[in-house]
Design a protein around this ligand. Structure first.
Ligand SMILES: [Zn+2]
Length: 423
């Protein structure tokens, strides 16, 4: 099946301004981009008149928790039995796609294998959802072999940091092996604590250096990626030393750590996750001081511009999936990238597209509107290069295409005689 999109304003993902063009999609891929492409005399070619709307790559989220369960359509109590968690995760994947996210690099889950199953279902084409880099379940040192569903917020007094316990190096090694056996793409390690869950712990170390070193060794041996949850520079430096590919939060990244990330032997992506902080700062119930929300916002707004200046790869994704921060609001990050971190709208869009493709490990075929690239495309009513906030309104997405297949096409953009097939 071929699709010809005419009269589009193309934002190609590279950060350059929009340009007027027609785009031809053949099968899964973008076949041609030109100022004018001859209208085909073939009913087999679907023609979509963009009428000046913006054609851009599908967005990529780098830090969402499909398994946490809450979306803009459904709030999860996070106590569901296993079977319901599996339904919720597929619901969540569909909501992501409805909001223009055609790929996710997952931030961790409540069940070990559920994302692997979801990745398979989406890949086989019978379940709508983003391309998925499937993550392991979430563990902290104290819960290495407990079902992650039993994870509960504890008080600071009950919290056991890395310095308060014996090494568990062999358990960490085994955990990464177990996750590799299951087939995850990414193992997530919370190297530091999290004040939003356990007050005043964001800068407490959860793992010892030898444990994280073991995780790095096994991940390299097994060919899987590592993601760190880390707020402190000590935690981030540990991640960099042991070959982690992604760092979440990075709230208190100092100049030395920025330098270290910039000079790392292979690219490291940073998801500073402003969205969850913004949501926490705007809840009906104000966060308690121990959640350190104000402090984290203040620091992040100071350090992310420095990261950008040093050329670090900053991508969107903010722990979406909690009740206060449901899946579907993900594009809020782009607005905060502009308002808090001083990116231009084009730079924020590039973070969600070109850098997103690289984050997925598919930088040579995903994240750009470019000949030969996979046709994950959005048609946006309006100009997100002027105002990225419009991407938060799914009604403005008049077309969502994934892998060359139409997932959504608004009636007013349907110009071909044949009705669009809906994946
Ligand atoms: Zn997270």
């Amino acid at each position: 099946m071929k699709t010809l999109i005419i009269n589009a304003q193309v934002f190609d993902g590279s950060g350059s301004p929009r340009f007027p063009a027609d785009v031809l999609i053949d099968g899964q891929r973008i076949a041609k981009i030109a100022a004018y492409i001859e209208r085909p005399d073939d009913p087999q070619v679907r023609v979509i008149d963009a009428a000046g709307a913006t054609l851009m790559p599908g967005m990529v989220d780098g830090h969402t928790h499909l398994g946490l369960g809450s979306t803009v359509e459904h709030r999860s109590p996070r106590t569901e039995p296993e079977e319901e968690q599996a339904l919720i995760i597929s619901h969540n994947a569909r909501v992501m796609l409805d909001h223009g996210f055609t790929s996710i690099y997952s931030g961790g889950n409540r069940r070990p294998r559920v994302e692997v199953a979801l990745r398979k279902a989406i890949g086989e084409g019978w379940m709508p959802g983003p391309r998925l880099r499937a993550a392991s379940w979430e563990v902290s040192a104290g819960t290495m072999h407990a079902p992650a569903a039993t994870l509960k917020p504890t008080s600071p007094a009950d919290h056991i940091g890395a310095d308060d316990r014996e090494p568990i190096t062999e358990q960490v090694r085994q955990f990464v092996h177990d996750m590799a056996d299951i087939g995850v793409d990414v193992v997530k390690m919370p190297i530091t604590g999290e004040s939003a869950l356990v007050e005043y712990t964001s800068r407490v170390m959860e793992f010892k250096d030898e444990e994280i070193a073991a995780a790095g060794e096994v991940a390299r041996e097994r060919g899987i990626w590592l993601t760190a949850h880390a707020h402190s520079s000590e935690g981030m430096q540990m991640a960099v030393r042991h070959g982690f590919r992604v760092i979440y939060h990075a709230t208190y990244m100092d100049d030395e750590t920025i330098e270290m990330v910039a000079n790392a032997p292979s690219p490291i992506f940073i998801a500073p996750s402003p969205g969850s902080l913004w949501m926490m700062g705007n809840m009906d119930q104000p966060p308690s001081p121990g959640m350190e929300v104000e402090e984290a916002i203040h620091s992040l707004r100071e350090v992310v511009p420095k990261m950008l200046k040093a050329g670090l790869l900053v991508v969107p994704g903010s722990d979406y999936g909690f009740g206060f921060n449901p899946i579907g609001l993900n594009a809020k990050d782009l607005e905060l990238f502009v308002d808090w971190f001083g990116m231009t709208p084009c730079q924020a869009l590039r973070a969600a597209t070109e850098l997103g493709g690289q984050l997925m490990g598919m930088g040579d075929e995903l994240g750009l509107v470019r000949q030969g690239f996979l046709a994950d495309l959005l048609l946006v009513e309006g100009d997100p290069t002027e105002n990225v906030a419009i991407l938060q309104d799914p009604k403005r997405l008049s077309m969502i295409m994934q892998d060359g297949k139409l997932y959504k096409l608004a009636a007013h953009r349907s110009t071909s005689s044949s009705k669009a097939e809906v994946a």
